[in-house]
Design a protein around this ligand. Sequence first.
Ligand code: ADP
Length: 330
Amino acid sequence: MKDIVVSGIRSTGNLHLGNYFGAVANFIKMQHQHPCFFFVADYHSLTTHPNPVDLLANERQVIIEYLACGLDPEICTLYLQSDIPQTAELYLFLNMLAYLGELERVTTFKDKARKHPDNINAGLLTYPTLMAADVLIHKGAKVPVGKDQEQHLEMMRTFGNRFNRLYNVDYFPEPQAFNFGTELVKVPGLDGSGKMGKSEGEGNALFLCDDDKTIRKKIMRAVTDSGPTQLNQPKPDAIKNIFALMNLVSAKDTVNYFDEQYNNMTIRYGDLKKQLAEDMVLFINPLAQKISDLKQNDDYVTKVIAMGKEKAAASANKTITEVRKIIGFK
Ligand code: ADP
């Protein structure tokens, strides 16, 4: 039997280029090769307490963006996490196997706790257990994610293995992070540091629904420095980031051309950014168009969500029934 693939993206905002290259680009390929479950992580979005109107709008927006990118709801299972409460039940069971110390050591938890000291809720602490439940509820073995999720994947394996050992079964597989390339992807932001992310601040992320003008504006404002002062000088992070983005959307020749200019110190960052902006527009514009078209088609989106719920529930019911039996519930 082929490995089951499971992955999701939080519905806390629109999809950005990091979500695309870290996750969705792999979803698109994998849907033709494996049984796939892709969800909108709306339970996960509750850690920041969205209001009900925003919650609903964001769920539908992410479904629309998945569709615009090329996920086919007839081939893969595309669903809302909250439509499958079986995940919440498995989350409860896995939480009994998760230790406070190991949850507190998770890097993303420490980061969030530092940034939002006023809202360190238990949902944030147990984020990795909910992620493990998301994947294990379908007995997922492959998880297409970006590099930032490596530690969460390790915890999924820990919890699944602990369950297997405690009940002396060989039930849950060991989920592995997956990328079609040789390594997991990290798309940098435009602010000169770290990764592109929804919550990293204004101007850091390029969204798949951004219009051409917004894309150009954000890229022209991207952080750079005063330029190389020696031949073949190593690139500082901000410049590396611009080249990394260019590598994703521009032709190899274009990247090489600017690389050479950097190395021989003739580079003009204005030209570099202008080129990146034009290539980015060519990449994002067709996606943004599709997103805008799908937004006009409410009935279709509702149908897709209902279809996904039915398929995901069948798989989740099977797992939770077996898990309850293993635990001893009758
Ligand atoms: P965000 O970080 O934007 O809130 P999520 O945490 O919901 O997004 O992550 C959804 C998926 O997108 C995960 O697989 C994650 O690894 C991937 N992802 C998010 N940001 C990036 C990035 N900058 N580079 C690569 N992958 C990313």
